[in-house]
Design a protein around this ligand. Structure first.
Ligand SMILES: [Zn+2]
Length: 315
């Protein structure tokens, strides 16, 4: 089908001044008609036109099965997700402490396997309530183990609850209308409360598939989105390997080293890779340190990198 990409309306700044980047790279046919479009005003990149709303809802309901082939229980994968969630959690704690905020109640949108919640509750036992909204019901029993009061939908959360912190980690890039999504999710965030968002930064530039992401952020559109939705003290930062490094790909030697590393880690030779480096001191588990190190999630970069983090305070 032919589309007028120039008039695609930007989901962040609402201007209709766009350009076609290229066709969308997908596997699931719900994305067959999509292209990647860039906004000339705010530099946001987004999928256009969007997949059929019903098809997208069904796809997202089985998210872990559709996009990740089921949730992995492999020890190296578990160590990776646990470590990266700890690094994110420490980032939020540092922002909280710097801004002298008190966090007693948390709302996490899309907690998934629950590692962020687990680390938060372990290190902040004075938290009164941790609420989660997770559409994938297969994760609920596990989340309850981590003391998360979990609901399938946002409107099921008891309406008398207010929150001091809202966590939206690796969710926003899957949504279609980020302004109303942020407004809805943070309606009960108290003024002075913290919003934490993490998204991949422009991952269409280095990944072989665009699926399942619909929104591709860099600092400029993220800043605009947070200003539009009523946030101040906005802190944006890049973390992980830079996009320049990621798009260069991995050499044959690099691939061999990474296979060897996984082989040895799987067989218990964790000490070879677990030495503490600056920024990793706060990750106590040697396996988690070893697994996370090559991804540099604990390093803040000047250049655009794999992950874009945003912390801000509600006005
Ligand atoms: Zn825009």
């Amino acid at each position: 089908m032919d589309h007028n990409y120039k008039e695609a309306v930007c989901p962040v700044c609402a201007n209709a001044d766009s350009y076609l980047i290229r066709k969308y790279k997908y596997q699931n046919p719900i994305y067959a008609d999509c292209a990647l479009v860039g906004c000339n005003s705010c530099t946001m990149v987004f999928a256009y036109p969007l997949p059929d709303a019903d098809a997208l809802r069904k796809y997202n309901e089985g998210y872990f099965d559709n996009a990740h082939g089921g949730m992995s229980t492999h020890p190296l994968t578990v160590a990776f997700y646990s470590a990266i969630s700890l690094v994110r959690m420490l980032h939020v704690q540092a922002f909280r402490d710097k801004n002298k905020c008190e966090v007693k109640t948390v709302l996490e949108i899309g907690p998934g396997a629950g590692y962020f919640a687990k680390h938060w509750m372990e290190r902040n036992p004075s938290t009164v309530q941790y609420t989660g909204v997770e559409s994938d019901a297969t994760t609920h029993a596990n989340l309850r183990n981590y003391k998360v009061d979990v609901y399938a939908k946002l409107d099921e959360v008891p309406h008398d609850r207010d929150f001091d912190l809202v966590v939206i980690s690796h969710v926003l890039e899957h949504t279609t209308d980020p302004v109303s999504f942020i407004n809805e999710c943070t309606k009960k965030l108290s003024p002075g409360g913290i919003l934490f968002i993490e998204v991949p930064c422009n991952d269409y530039q280095h990944k072989s598939l665009d699926e399942p992401h619909l929104l591709f952020f860099d600092k400029k559109p993220m800043q605009l989105l947070l200003q539009k939705t009523g946030y101040g003290a906005i802190k944006l930062s890049y973390h992980g390997n830079t996009i320049t490094d990621l798009s260069r790909g991995v050499s044959a030697v690099g691939k061999f080293k990474s296979r060897l590393r996984n082989f040895l880690l799987n067989r218990g030779f964790v000490k070879l890779y677990s030495a503490t480096v600056s920024g990793l001191e706060a990750v106590p588990d040697p396996m988690e340190r070893a697994v996370i190190k090559p991804f540099k999630a604990y390093i803040e970069q000047n250049a655009p990198a794999w992950w874009l983090r945003a912390t801000a305070i509600k006005k």
